[in-house]
Design a protein around this ligand. Structure first.
Ligand code: NAD
Length: 257
């Protein structure tokens, strides 16, 4: 079955310079149907429409708060209705990209920040995966790609302090355990651990902080969103059939282990 007969679900895919939008466009360029899920429903619908127009693929946008079970369930039902009426091909991939950071020193964090960062990054990955996995198991084929971070592996810098690094590390454990459990079903589950990527999530950093980050990267620059999108779509391809439970580092050599 070619990807034109499959739909990729993406969370966190409307941010102008974000990894999610670049990945949605890359899936579309490769012929996938695309579902854009983000906090702002109107913006999600607009981004989906723009993608449909540009790439001539079926696309659908819907509101989601990945940390809220009812919201995730509503989004899943809306997608299932689009599939049932033939507006979208069957679900073949889920890219859990939505995330927020915690750029606060540990002793300045509070429980509310900890809970929020865990909820969006880790619980969101759990809820969205749980909602869309049954359709892929039923189809006997599926790809789940979870967004972790180099912060999970080496501790965070300015953006990846304790709550964020902890949540992104939880995603690695989630990925490995689920990969083993669903391997016989034809669904693969992998994680990626990008280093610094130039997106809006970094807004607020000083030039000095950015220069220090770039100095720490052997290739001498941060990643482009397209470089991350290319790995997510490849992990979602037929070619990646024997990778599951894997963590793919995309960090320009900044963390080699
Ligand atoms: N930029 C980096 O340096 C970097 C490095 C490693 C990992 N990441 C991860 O990549 C992912 C994408 O980040 P980005 O850099 O493109 O940032 P971004 O801020 O541009 O995009 C994040 C997206 O997630 C959405 N989002 C936030 N909370 C949400 C919620 N509760 N429900 C649904 N959507 C929600 C936002 O609206 C936005 O569209 C994040 O998980 C981030 O942690 C980023």
């Amino acid at each position: 079955m070619s990807s034109t007969q499959r739909t990729a679900i993406l969370t966190g895919a409307t941010s102008d310079r974000g990894i999610g939008l670049a990945t949605a466009r890359r899936f579309a360029r490769e012929g996938w149907g695309v579902v854009v899920l983000d906090l702002d429903g109107e913006k999600s619908a607009k981004v989906a429409q723009d993608i449909a127009n540009e790439f001539n693929v079926p696309a659908f946008g819907h509101q989601i708060d990945v940390a809220d079970e009812a919201s995730v369930s509503a989004a899943e039902k809306a997608v299932a209705a689009e599939v049932a009426t033939g507006h979208l091909p069957q679900v073949g991939a889920v890219a859990n990209i939505a995330g927020i950071t915690s750029p606060v020193p540990f002793l300045e964090t509070d429980l509310a920040l900890w809970n929020k960062v865990m909820a969006v990054n880790a619980t969101g990955t759990y809820l969205v995966t749980k909602a869309f996995l049954p359709a892929m198991i039923e189809a006997g084929w599926g790809r789940i790609v979870n967004m972790s971070s180099v912060s999970a592996q080496r501790g965070g810098g300015v953006f990846g302090r304790v709550p964020y690094s902890s949540a992104k590390a939880a995603i690695l454990g989630f990925t490995k355990a689920l990969a083993r459990e669903v391997a016989p079903t034809g669904v693969t589950v992998n994680a990626i651990t990008p280093g610094a990527v130039d997106t809006n999530i970094r807004v607020g950093s000083t030039d000095e902080q950015e220069a220090a980050i770039a100095r720490d990267i052997p290739v001498g620059r941060t990643a482009t969103t397209e470089e991350i999108a290319a790995v997510i779509t490849w992990l979602s391809s037929e070619d990646a059939s024997y990778l599951t439970g894997t963590t793919v580092d995309i960090n320009g050599g900044s963390h080699i282990h």
